[in-house]
Write a protein that binds this ligand. Structure first.
Ligand SMILES: Nc1ncnc2c1ncn2[C@@H]1O[C@H](COP(=O)(O)OP(=O)(O)OP(=O)(O)O)[C@@H](O)[C@H]1O
Ligand SMILES: [Mg+2]
Length: 151
């Protein structure tokens, strides 16, 4: 299952992220692909806001992961851009995050190749000036549930 959505502003990308909220299932793993500045964190910000998170959403560039314990779900937001070696994921406690039955949103999953479980959904974001095309690909029932909330 595949869905493509176009946004014209960062606010629209946040709104698209918000629409993912009702379709989230415990334990889902979502990979976010795209160049620097593609809008991965912007999409996550909209999703976190929709789940009731009011404070800032920072990019976990140096901490690699930022947890959010929200009423509906625990959300673990990863940014693996600065991961030097996928083996570092062991030290980061990846296993604990996966067992916590939260939702893992993972930017730069390519950097963790071989140490990450398969994704329920891959999101690919392409940019053309301020426009963004987000392509969602589901690979499981959890993933299809998420995409259904976008339709
Ligand atoms: N349509 C759009 N959707 C999303 N962001 C947009 C859009 N138009 C412009 N922008 C801008 O693009 C930038 C996206 O930044 P963001 O941090 O979300 O990217 P990212 O993919 O997480 O990058 P990184 O790999 O560095 O973490 C922001 O400055 C945002 O304001
Ligand atoms: Mg980011």
């Amino acid at each position: 299952m595949r869905i493509e959505k176009k946004t014209k502003t960062a606010a629209e990308t946040e709104a698209l992220g918000a629409r993912l909220a009702p379709g989230l299932r415990a334990g889902s793993i979502i990979f976010l692909h795209g160049e620097l500045g593609a809008g991965k964190t912007t999409l996550v910000r909209g999703l976190l806001r929709a789940l009731g998170h009011q404070a800032a959403v920072k990019s976990p560039t140096y901490t690699l992961v930022e947890p959010y314990f929200l009423p509906a779900h625990a959300i673990f937001h990863f940014d693996l851009y600065r991961l030097k070696d996928p083996e570092e994921l062991e030290f980061l406690g990846l296993r604990d995050y996966l067992h916590a039955q939260g939702v893992c949103l993972i930017e730069w999953p390519e950097r963790g190749q071989g140490f990450l479980p398969p994704a329920d959904v891959d999101v690919f974001i392409d940019s053309i000036d301020d426009a963004r095309i987000a392509r969602f690909e589901a690979h499981s029932d959890n993933g299809r549930a998420l995409l259904n909330s976008l339709e």
